[in-house]
Design a protein around this ligand. Structure first.
Ligand SMILES: [Zn+2]
Length: 352
């Protein structure tokens, strides 16, 4: 097992100017038959071949980092499926699926244990205490590391308090932790954090994340913009992560579809690098074809100046619109169906 000094992720970061992360687990499981309301994490045991085929698609596209199918694998979230006692088991299985694919890739591929939000509100706005959060995320992280994860990847966070608990809990498993937040509500997280605030509060945590960034949210335009905003406050040695949705999610025929093309996401990847990201991938809507285009763009691009809003809009399209509530829910966690109805449920539950 690795420790901090020989961790594969840290080693690759030291060797390479940039790394490519993968695409969307949720979207690609739906394409393989996952139904609205199913817990994707159960597929790590029930349909290991399908989970591995998503990982394989991303490895074939050139991913340096693959995220495990465990986004909703914390005990809070698994309650929706009466599986709250299985967080360790399902997370371990998730990491084993990814590890199996990474180990036969023929090149170093980092397995990142995905940790998504609990779906609960934390003190001071809700009932969940910091320590309760830390315990739940630590349980999940231990399963992920025992299944072979090289690092823990805390993603799609909205709340400063929950992100702090998740990073602390993840760090208990003794591996580097990456943390990204989602800026889907008028340029801030649903809980009101700007990209600058998110960066500075994550950076100030007792266990400092090895990389910080933005994932999911609205479109690629918004994602690059949030990276540009972070750029204004980042430390020179910061490792910034950009993982945008494949264009803008549109609700059609009962599910979200994404407006992005491989060409658009190639432009996105170049702009994300210009904005200062060292790790670039795709979030919801990103499949192997899109990821391959991102790989080619990264490999043939010499980063230039930090782009202006005008330059970003010219390449990636207009901002999706100023909205005071999230238009979309990151698909791929327990209870996340990826459709509009689920988004409504989640918001209602959050308010409750
Ligand atoms: Zn997403």
């Amino acid at each position: 097992m690795s420790d901090a000094s020989d961790n594969l992720f840290l080693k690759l970061l030291a060797e390479k100017p940039y790394l490519m992360a993968d695409g969307a687990m949720g979207t690609n499981l739906f394409a393989r038959g996952l139904q609205s309301g199913d817990a994707p994490e159960l597929w790590n045991l029930d349909h290991p071949d399908r989970v591995e085929s998503v990982h394989q698609e991303f490895v074939d596209a050139g991913a340096d980092i693959i995220l495990t199918n465990s986004f909703g694998g914390n005990s809070f979230r698994l309650k929706l499926h009466q599986a709250q006692d299985r967080a360790y088991e399902l997370s371990k299985a998730a990491a084993e699926r990814a590890r199996a694919v990474a180990d036969k890739a023929g090149r170093p591929v980092v397995v990142a244990g995905s940790i998504g939000p609990s779906g609960e509100l934390f003190v001071p706005v809700g009932p969940v205490t910091h320590e309760e959060g830390v315990e739940a995320f630590a349980e999940q992280a231990q399963g992920l590391v025992d299944g072979g994860a090289d690092i823990l990847w805390v993603e799609t966070m909205s709340s400063r308090e929950e992100a702090a608990a998740a990073v602390e809990g993840a760090a208990r498993a003794g591996r580097p932790v990456v943390s990204t937040m989602t800026f889907d509500t008028a340029g801030k997280t649903m809980m009101g954090l700007s990209p600058e605030d998110a960066y500075t509060s994550l950076r100030a945590l007792p266990v400092r994340p090895a990389a910080i960034g933005a994932n999911c949210g609205l479109g690629a335009t918004e994602n690059v913009l949030s990276i540009v905003q972070m750029h204004g406050v980042v430390d020179p040695d910061a490792v910034i992560v950009a993982k945008a949705n494949c264009g803008v999610p549109e609700f059609k025929d009962g599910q979200f579809r994404y407006t992005g093309t491989p060409e658009l996401m190639a432009d996105y990847a170049r702009l994300a690098r210009d904005a200062g990201a060292r790790i670039v991938g795709g979030c919801c809507g990103t499949d192997g074809t899109v990821l391959k285009a991102i790989r080619q763009a990264l490999d043939s691009h010499e980063p230039g100046q930090v782009p202006t809003l005008e330059a970003i809009v010219e390449k990636l399209g207009p901002l999706a619109g100023v909205t005071d509530r999230p238009a979309h829910v990151h698909a791929g966690g327990a209870g996340e169906s990826g459709d509009g109805d689920d988004g409504g449920r989640r918001r209602r539950r959050r308010r409750a």
